[in-house]
Write a protein that binds this ligand. Structure first.
Ligand SMILES: NC(=O)C1=CN([C@@H]2O[C@H](COP(=O)(O)OP(=O)(O)OC[C@H]3O[C@@H](n4cnc5c(N)ncnc54)[C@H](OP(=O)(O)O)[C@@H]3O)[C@@H](O)[C@H]2O)C=CC1
Ligand SMILES: [Fe+3]
Length: 506
């Protein structure tokens, strides 16, 4: 069998045995770059690897990709007693003829894909497919009147078009699906790709894809493409997300749609059975899902510190000295709140990392899932960092407005927070800046207002905690253990063993 290998089917095989197994099964990767320095670590994966090509991720070992069985055979030979070494030559022969040639060009004739609906999305997807070498046939209510269709595409009635291909993309709004029942016979056994979205979250009791599956039984419905906009397809999706969430009950149908997605230069992400369609259909309606938590958190921080400063700097002077300090409200207090929020958020970018390190040290393995809250927090770090940068920038602007230029130089350092080490440097500099700003006043009891310390003292709690823990974690004795865990060493390997057998929640 000859099959072409597109660049997007290349995946990285990481050191984690359990994760790799899940990963391979999930993505059905055809070519893997092995990031693991010890070939032997791949032996437990031989069951999954028999049709995969492996290439070395590091420069020290083979440069040329090899069929996995060859890797495994040399690895097994190196280990003396081998499972793979005892594989009969006949089996080896069979596996090798099944392996795919490593080429980026397909000599196969591309298949025909049918698209129902000649609206914005259908046309954009059709154009993209034509560009990628597919033959495209449109189904339309009014084939003779359809205009603006991409050159090279055919257009015909829905029933005629359906006969031209096994894969039919339904680029029609759910409200108009009814007519598909009349086509039940011609659609029987075909793959229907539901791309539809709704106007509201959970607009219908069942997802559009499940509705389609009920409407036309005998077809294999696959949900895909709904998070890709017509505009992104036309403009090359360079800046838009390349991820295409896929779900469906028939794994072969899903696989074929995933192949189409890959050949369009997009990345399929298998979300499981059609039950997941509801979630996938809600994605486009959730505005910036990863920004929600950082946004609310920064809002809460700002409000809290603003009120805190108002109590200390406006209400207190008014109550005790009858002095009107409301002029501080528009600039001076916000300019206190912004750096505090920036510093706290920056510290919160690094806090989950140290918590994760402590958890890994405690568990003695990296092959166990972090709790959901920590996972989510880790995923939001980029957003937290960007908001922190925004606040730091506002602080600079405000500082220029009220000409206290003394600490501008320090806050500019925030702009460089792109990598872990630079980020920590920024955190240290900003914390130092805050300490310098507070100076001796921090610990002076006369600085307490209604027993409330200065807002900067509170702002320093989280950054200092993070820095102290980080300092402890980089002590050589702890750092060494942590590095080993992160390279795959386990204090108690039973977790990954059972994960491989599907017993844990990895
Ligand atoms: N636009 C976008 O960016 C995206 C759209 N989608 C989804 O793609 C699907 C199509 O969207 P879009 O192309 O924008 O919509 P349009 O309204 O532009 O096109 C819908 C097409 O459906 C066909 N159709 C079939 N039956 C009917 C009917 N009774 N009344 C009206 N039209 C009918 C028509 O084609 P004809 O006249 O040839 O029969 C029409 O052109 C929707 O489900 C949408 O949620 C998903 C992701 C992004
Ligand atoms: Fe400052």
């Amino acid at each position: 069998m000859t099959r072409a290998l597109s660049a997007s089917t290349v995946s990285k095989l990481c050191t984690s045995r359990a994760v790799s197994a899940v990963f391979l099964r999930h993505l059905e990767a055809r070519f893997c770059i092995v990031m693991c320095p010890r070939k032997r670590a791949l032996l437990p994966l031989s069951g999954f690897l028999n049709r995969v090509w492996l290439g070395a991720g590091d420069q020290s070992t083979e440069q040329r990709p090899l069929p996995a069985w060859r890797w495994l055979r040399t690895a097994a030979a190196a280990r003396d007693h081998s499972r793979f070494g005892s594989t009969s030559p006949a089996v080896m022969e069979k596996i090798s003829t099944d392996a795919f040639p490593l080429t980026t060009h397909s000599s196969e004739k591309q298949e025909t894909v049918c698209i129902f609906g000649t609206g914005d999305f259908g046309r954009s997807l059709g154009l993209k497919m034509l560009q990628c070498g597919y033959s495209v046939v449109f189904g339309s209510r009014t084939p003779q009147r359809s205009s603006l269709l991409p050159n090279g595409a055919e257009v015909m009635s829905y029933s005629d078009a359906a006969q031209k291909s096994d894969i039919i993309i339904i680029a029609i709004h759910r409200e108009h699906y009814d007519f598909l029942t009349e086509l039940t016979d011609v659609l029987n056994g075909k793959i229907l790709v539901d791309v539809s979205n709704n106007l509201k979250i959970n607009q219908y009791p069942e997802s559009n894809a499940e509705y389609l599956a009920q409407l036309v039984p005998g077809t294999h419905v696959v949900k895909a493409f709904n998070t890709v906009s017509a505009w992104a397809l036309q403009s090359g999706a360079l800046d838009a997300s390349r991820q295409v969430f896929i779900c469906g009950n028939d794994s072969k149908a899903k696989q074929r749609v995933m192949d189409v997605v890959r050949s369009l230069g997009l990345t399929p992400l298998d979300k499981g059975s059609l039950v997941a369609a509801n979630e996938i259909e809600n994605y486009p309606l959730q505005l910036f899902p990863m920004w929600k938590f950082p946004f609310y958190l920064s809002a809460v921080l700002c409000v809290f510190f603003f009120l805190y400063c108002v109590i200390r700097e406006v209400i207190f002077p008014y109550v005790y000295e009858k002095r009107d300090r409301t002029f501080r409200l528009p600039i001076s207090i916000p300019n206190r709140v912004f750096p505090i929020a920036a510093l706290t958020l920056l510290a919160l970018v690094y806090l989950p990392g140290v918590i994760a390190a402590i958890l890994q040290l405690y568990r003695g393995t990296k092959y166990r899932r972090f709790p959901d809250w920590l996972d989510h927090w880790m995923l939001c770090r980029k957003q937290l960092g960007l908001i922190a940068l925004g606040f730091a920038f506002l602080h600079v602007l405000y500082t220029l407005v009220i000409p206290i230029r003394y600490y501008v130089r320090w806050t500019w350092n925030n702009r460089t927070a792109t990598q872990s080490k630079l980020g920590y440097l920024t955190l240290i500099l900003c914390t130092a800046h805050t300490l310098v700003y507070g100076g001796k006043r921090f610990l002076n009891p006369s600085n307490l207002v209604w027993y409330l310390p200065s807002a900067y003292v509170i702002a320093l709690i989280i950054p200092c905690t993070v820095l102290v823990i980080k300092f402890i974690l980089v002590l050589p004795c702890i750092d060494k253990t942590l590095m080993r865990i992160r390279q795959g060493w386990e204090r108690n390997p039973k977790y990954s063993e059972s994960a491989l057998n599907g017993k844990t929640d990895i």
